[in-house]
Design a binder for this molecule. Structure first.
Ligand SMILES: Nc1nc2c(c(=O)[nH]1)N[C@H]1C(S)=C(S)[C@@H](COP(=O)(O)O)O[C@H]1N2
Ligand SMILES: [Mo]
Length: 256
């Protein structure tokens, strides 16, 4: 398969040694994930190849049958399945990149920028003000091959973004942690998916720092790697953003 020309890949490469090591590790991790899913049929979620760069998820739903690895995750309405709260569990805390500068709810600030516009700083109260709260129980799928049904609470990201003039016209969203240590790139369509949340609760409790508190992103149409913990910056942009795990060999899109 030849690399698609769209979207352009403007992720900065890692130093050669680092990159080679990371690629070996990711391939091995992926083989484990694919094997586990194929044998056990883990919750029915689809394992996609890490080489399918940048294919929008709507197109991918057509293409993915070629993979022959699983069945569709999404319903005909494009929604991830939901579950009763009684089916939910607290997932293991997995991944602590970019979590060095944890803050509490009072200290949390979100830096938001739309294109070349001015940077805005929002407190948690300002970011969530007036938005309907949602509880959502969805499957959380890590690319390492495990999944867990998790009970999340927060506000819909699309409700939050509706207040940002012009944001939906940008194809990409760049996200990062307070220390800038875990850059995540998302296609705006997935960010604005109705089940994508700005999340501040898990299992009916405030989100703990190791699970990304005070605020993380929850995006059930993406693998865990895109569900950034301790969210601190948001930038709607024309350029495909850098992405921590893509720089280490994973699929940039990382959709289910
Ligand atoms: N900031 C940050 N967010 C992150 C990660 C990370 O290392 N740092 N790991 C990701 C991965 S690989 C997974 S599977 C989930 C795990 O979420 P949990 O710790 O709440 O189970 O967080 C994702 N978000
Ligand atoms: Mo993960």
């Amino acid at each position: 398969m030849t690399a698609p020309v769209w979207p352009p890949d403007d992720n900065s490469p890692l130093p050669p040694g680092d990159e080679a090591r990371s690629r070996r590790m990711s391939r091995r991790a992926f083989a484990v994930a694919a094997g586990t899913a194929a044998v056990a049929g883990v919750g029915g979620w689809l394992v996609t190849r890490p080489t399918d760069h940048g294919i929008p998820w709507v197109l991918r739903r057509v293409l993915e049958m070629n993979e022959g690895l699983g069945r569709l995750l999404l319903s005909d309405r494009g929604l991830a399945p939901t579950f009763p709260v009684s089916a939910s569990r607290v997932p293991k805390a997995n991944g602590d990149h970019g979590l060095a500068d944890a803050t509490d709810r009072a200290g949390w600030m979100l830096r938001v920028r739309v294109g070349d516009g001015p940077e805005r700083l929002l407190t948690l109260d300002e970011a969530f003000a007036g938005l309907p709260r949602v509880e959502q129980v969805t499957q959380f799928c890590c690319i390492e091959g495990w999944s867990e049904v998790v009970h999340w609470g927060g506000v819909r990201f699309r409700d939050f973004a509706a207040r940002l003039e012009g944001a939906s016209r940008f194809p990409y969203l760049a996200l990062n942690t307070p220390d800038g240590g875990y850059p995540v790139g998302l296609d705006t369509a997935s960010a604005l998916h109705p089940q994508t949340l700005l999340c501040d609760r898990m299992a009916g409790e405030p989100l703990t720092p190791e699970h990304g508190g005070p605020v993380r992103l929850v995006c059930p149409v993406k693998y865990g790697i895109k569900n950034i913990k301790q969210l601190a910056t948001l930038h709607f942009t024309d350029h495909r953003p850098a992405d921590y795990w893509h720089q280490r060999g994973y699929d940039w899109f990382a959709g289910l």
